[in-house]
Each structure stands twice: as structure tokens, then as C-alpha cells.
Design a protein around this ligand. Structure first.
Ligand SMILES: Cc1cc2nc3c(=O)[nH]c(=O)nc-3n(C[C@H](O)[C@H](O)[C@H](O)COP(=O)(O)OP(=O)(O)OC[C@H]3O[C@@H](n4cnc5c(N)ncnc54)[C@H](O)[C@@H]3O)c2cc1C
Length: 420
């Protein structure tokens, strides 16, 4: 066994490896475009959707296009954490990789990092760019791919990259011995998924016909008369495009409310069925209108979701590969989780996080002399560091949100404080 490991520890990828990328959401598409540019890999992209229809406005972080350590560490919330978690050398490596990104792709990234953009515009632009590069065609398949399908198509030396999002098809396949888990032991702790449920919430999105921007004072004062349910515009989630403001906010709800709601509905359904929640939202919107004399454009869109902060304990097939277990496909072919399939947070710019991991992985795969075992180790470590960053930031935001919700109630506020 140790001899087998010795051989494997220096094993390299074949010179012209095949890469299977599952999921053509934003992260799978960026991963594809990055690997396509290298010309080294035969890239196969699998996607179940036929069209890109998600129109929600999303924002990409400016660190994605940073060209110096200083410009990488400008986020006022987690600037210090970034410097504490990542070595300078790692940050420099990331910046050097950005400089190697072809200009067609970099131009897109720079545009998206300027402000808000519809999610499907990002997806369509990346997809079109991939199709336009005719000299290095990507093999595309429209189908629902299961974890078993994915493993069955692997040939030794192939690379598998799972970008299928939160409900990743591979996440729970990456930990050997998954069958040994007692499903009744911990509802939120599956074998390869660590899940921290922050709260249940309604995500309410609306368009408003005037410029409207929000800050913490606004979040507090516009909620003063809302004793229980409070409408909180999410961090950096208001955007004025010159004629319309796009506003996304959340209202914390109980687990019982959550169970009694459909997954998606409009403002009228909320008013008819959960008047107290609707009143708090309408009061908030009423104050916005008083201040800025605008009107809501169209209807409110409401979805109810559990706000989960999660990560894959294994973001790669490293455990299978190390153990060299029998005929299992992951003992011969490396697999990686990238994007929401690896980790996610409701308060984080998750697309940027996924893009960042995609860039790091593309940088690793480009190194022809890097043994597979080291590649797996380095990606695991990188994913873990990203997780630390997301975890610290998300817990801080959740804590601050809890505090904000009880400003004015001194006893409730003190109960939430841990000072020294
Ligand atoms: C209301 C809301 C607002 C948000 N706002 C922001 C924001 O401002 N900024 C930000 O960065 N993020 C935001 N996010 C999060 C962001 O949308 C996700 O992080 C991002 O879409 C994740 O990208 P992904 O490519 O990893 O996964 P996904 O976007 O989930 O893509 C996964 C792809 O895989 C495909 N797929 C899944 N299963 C299979 C299968 N079995 N076979 C084949 N194909 C499959 C899916 O069809 C999909 O195309 C928001 C999310 C929500 C819900």
C-alpha cells in the first residue's frame, strides 16, 4: 500500500487530459472558458438547462480583477481576514494568474466587477464566448447528469469538475465510506457536508422607480415600528441603473412560517396569508416612498429559503485517490468541487468566490509538472482557506444583523453581546 502511494505521489496528468465539467452556471462556464484558453485540455461541458433565464441582478467583487495586493485587499469588511488567512505569495500567485487571462475573458470580468448585472447576462456572455472560440471547440451535452453517470464516463487520467451548484451531484460521493453514516445522527451534518443554518428568511426583490440607496441607519430607522418581522435590505443589494432601483431584502421568519409557505409567491399572496410579515415589508417600502417619492414597478417577488452557510468537508477526491481504493473511478481520476457545489453563504458574493476558486484550479491544472496528489492537496487547502474567510464574514454579518434587530431593546441587545 505504501509503495502504491509512493508511485501515485509523483503521478502527473496525461499531456492532453480530458476534463468533464458538470454544470454550465456562471462558475462552470468560467471554468470552461479558462481551460479552453490553455489549449491543453479536451473540455466537455454538461448542462441540463436549455436556456439561461435567471434575471436576478448580481454583483461581482472587484478583487476578481485586482492587479496588485493592495487592490485585492480593499474590501472594508474582511480586508484584515484576507491578509490573515492568505499568504502574500498566494495572493501574488492569484494576481499573476489574472494577468494571464485572455483579453476577451478579462474584458467581460472587468465589466461585471463595475456594478450589478443580470445573472443570465453573465451566463450568456460566457457561453457565447466559449462558442465563438472555434479553434478550440468545447464538447457540449445537454442532459441531467447524476453522480453515477459522471463516474461512469471517467477514463483513467480524466479530470472531473463539479459545478452543479448548491445541490451538487458529487459532493457526497467524495468521502469514502459515505454509507457508514447514520442518517438519524445529526440532521444538519451529512458525511461530506457541513451545514450551519443561520436562519429561515423571505428574500423579497422589487424594482423601484427612483434612486434609493440603503445603509445601516436606514435599516434601523425604517424598521422602528416593526416589532417582530424586519425587512433588511441585504448587504450591498440595492442598485440604481439610472432609472430604476433594484432592491433585495430579507425578512427573518420562523421555521413554522417557512413550512407553511410555498417556495415562491408575490406580494399579494404574502398580504393575504401572512399579514404581519407583509405589514413590516409594506411599512419599510412606505418609508422609502415618503423619502424619495417613487413607486414600486411591477410586483414583488418573494421566495422563502433557509439561509445556510455550508461547505464540503472534502472539496476533492483526495481521500479516494490517496487510498487507491480498488476500481473506484476517483482512485484514478481527480475530481474537484468548484462554486456553490463546494461552499456557499447567503451573505457572500458567492459567484466571485466560485470564480476565484475556478481561477485557482485552472492555475493548478496548467502546471504540467505538478503531481496530481499535490494538486489535490493544494486545492483542498485553498478551498479551506476560502471557507474560513466566508465563515468569518458570514457569522459576523449574521451577528450584526441580530444586534441591529434588537437595537432599542436594551435587555435583548445585552443578551446578544459577548464583550471581552
Ligand atoms: C436571490 C439571490 C441573489 C443572489 N445574489 C448574488 C450576488 O449579488 N452576487 C453573487 O455573487 N451571488 C449571488 N447569489 C448567489 C449566486 O447566484 C450563486 O452563488 C451562483 O449562481 C453559483 O454559481 P454556480 O455556477 O456555482 O452554481 P449554479 O448557478 O447553481 O449553476 C449550476 C448549474 O449546474 C446545472 N446543473 C445542476 N445539476 C445538474 C445535473 N445533474 N446535470 C446537469 N446540469 C446540472 C444547473 O442547471 C446550473 O446551470 C444570489 C443567489 C440568490 C438566490
Amino acid at each position: 500500500m505504501s509503495q502504491q502511494r509512493g508511485v501515485k505521489s509523483s503521478e502527473l496528468l496525461p499531456p492532453a487530459a480530458r476534463v468533464h465539467i458538470l454544470g454550465a452556471g456562471p462558475v462552470g462556464l468560467l471554468m470552461t472558458a479558462l481551460l479552453q484558453s490553455t489549449g491543453r485540455f479536451g473540455v466537455h461541458l454538461y448542462e441540463k438547462r436549455r436556456d439561461y433565464t435567471r434575471t436576478r441582478m448580481v454583483q461581482l467583487a472587484s478583487y476578481l480583477v485586482a492587479d496588485s495586493v493592495a487592490s485585492y485587499c480593499t474590501d472594508y469588511i474582511d480586508q484584515e481576514s484576507v491578509q490573515a488567512i492568505f499568504d502574500l505569495e498566494e495572493i501574488n500567485e492569484g494576481i499573476a494568474f489574472r494577468q494571464s487571462i485572455p483579453s476577451d475573458l478579462m474584458t467581460l470580468l472587468r465589466g461585471w466587477a463595475q456594478g450589478f448585472c443580470p445573472l443570465n447576462a453573465i451566463e450568456r456572455s460566457l457561453s457565447d464566448l466559449i462558442d465563438a472560440r472555434q479553434s478550440r471547440p468545447v464538447h457540449r451535452t445537454t442532459a441531467v447528469i447524476s453522480g453515477q453517470d459522471a463516474m461512469a464516463m471517467l477514463e483513467p487520467g480524466d479530470i472531473l469538475i463539479d459545478c452543479t451548484g448548491t445541490k451538487s451531484v458529487l459532493r457526497d460521493e467524495l468521502a469514502p465510506g459515505a454509507d457508514a453514516v447514520n442518517p438519524s445522527s445529526l440532521a444538519l451534518l451529512r458525511e461530506n457536508t457541513l451545514n450551519v443554518r443561520l436562519e429561515y428568511a423571505l428574500v423579497i426583490t422589487f424594482l423601484y422607480g427612483q434612486a434609493y440607496d440603503c445603509n445601516e441607519s436606514c435599516k434601523y430607522y425604517k424598521n422602528i415600528e416593526n416589532p417582530h418581522y424586519k425587512f433588511i435590505p441585504a448587504v450591498n443589494r440595492t442598485y440604481y441603473d439610472g432609472s430604476i432601483s433594484h432592491v433585495t431584502g430579507i425578512v427573518k421568519i420562523s421555521a413554522e412560517d417557512y413550512e407553511r409557505m410555498p417556495s415562491r409567491f408575490d406580494g399579494q399572496w404574502l398580504r393575504d396569508n401572512f399579514p404581519h410579515v407583509a405589514e413590516s415589508m409594506d411599512r419599510f417600502i412606505g418609508k422609502v416612498k415618503e423619502e424619495t417619492n417613487g413607486e414600486i414597478v411591477g410586483d414583488l417577488e418573494v421566495i422563502r429559503i433557509p439561509l445556510d452557510l455550508y461547505r464540503a468537508r472534502n472539496a476533492t477526491s483526495r481521500e479516494w485517490y490517496r487510498k487507491g481504493l480498488g476500481d473506484h473511478p476517483f482512485s484514478r481520476s481527480p475530481a474537484f468541487l468548484v462554486g456553490d457545489s463546494a461552499m456557499g453563504s447567503p451573505y457572500f458574493q458567492s459567484i466571485s468566490l466560485g470564480f476565484e476558486c475556478a481561477m485557482f484550479l485552472a492555475g493548478l491544472l496548467a502546471q504540467r509538472d505538478l503531481p496530481i496528489a499535490e494538486m489535490l492537496d493544494r486545492y483542498e487547502l485553498y478551498a479551506y482557506k476560502q471557507w474560513l474567510r466566508v465563515y468569518m464574514r458570514s457569522k459576523m454579518i449574521k451577528h450584526n444583523k441580530d444586534l441591529l434587530e434588537c437595537v432599542g431593546d436594551t435587555r435583548a441587545l445585552l443578551e446578544k453581546l459577548h464583550v471581552y
